[in-house]
Ligand binder design. Sequence first.
Ligand SMILES: Nc1ncnc2c1ncn2[C@@H]1O[C@H](COP(=O)(O)OP(=O)(O)OP(=O)(O)O)[C@@H](O)[C@H]1O
Length: 222
Amino acid sequence: MQSITCENLTKSFKGDGVETFALQNIHVTFQQSDFTAMIGPSGSGKSTLLSIIGTLDEPSNGKVLYGGEHSPRKSNAVANFRFEHIGFIFQQYHLLPTLTALENVLSPVMTRKVDYDKTARAKELLDRVGLAEKAGSLPSQLSGGQQQRVAIARALIQEPDWLLADEPTGNLDSETGEMVFQLLQEIHREKGCGVLFVTHDETLAERADQVVRMVDGKIVSE
Ligand SMILES: Nc1ncnc2c1ncn2[C@@H]1O[C@H](COP(=O)(O)OP(=O)(O)OP(=O)(O)O)[C@@H](O)[C@H]1O
């Protein structure tokens, strides 16, 4: 999965008889070796594009190719494909409130058979994001930046090829956001996973290898 290519992607939502085009004829290729920023005004389609690339949603038209191949079609197979290849990070962290930091990192693999020591890997990842000493803390006992670092560790548990990050610094003050941004860049270099990073922050976007600019569901520049 060295590359992800979107070919002629369109996504529309129908409601109250009105059709809204969230994406229109998107053609773009992302390389796993790149740290890519996606920037654009609110409603320009960034989250929709990320969801479709991440197989959380389906396009109305067009296709996404992963290393030149289609993703599977059946829902079980899609879930496995996503589990194997893609890690997600969201603006709102989405940690499970009743689980500790360590349990949150373990949560994607809790009910799955894997060929590695889950707990050892989860501990290593918590250590990597600088939170070894917070393994037993609940999300409510962690700051926003710490919660986002737990979410990053969770996204990495299955060593995904791609990390899809939807405004991961959107809820953080600029200093904490900078720390999370740098952590993602380090992870990209260390683990070799491609990163697609949605942001509203022009100065962060400019530090990416590739910048994709969206307006009204279209890519206006790359
Ligand atoms: N489930 C949905 N049902 C109806 N319309 C939707 C749905 N999801 C997105 N849209 C519409 O699609 C367009 C693109 O939305 P999207 O969330 O992808 O934009 P965005 O660039 O990520 O915005 P933001 O920066 O505010 O997160 C918007 O007009 C939005 O209202």
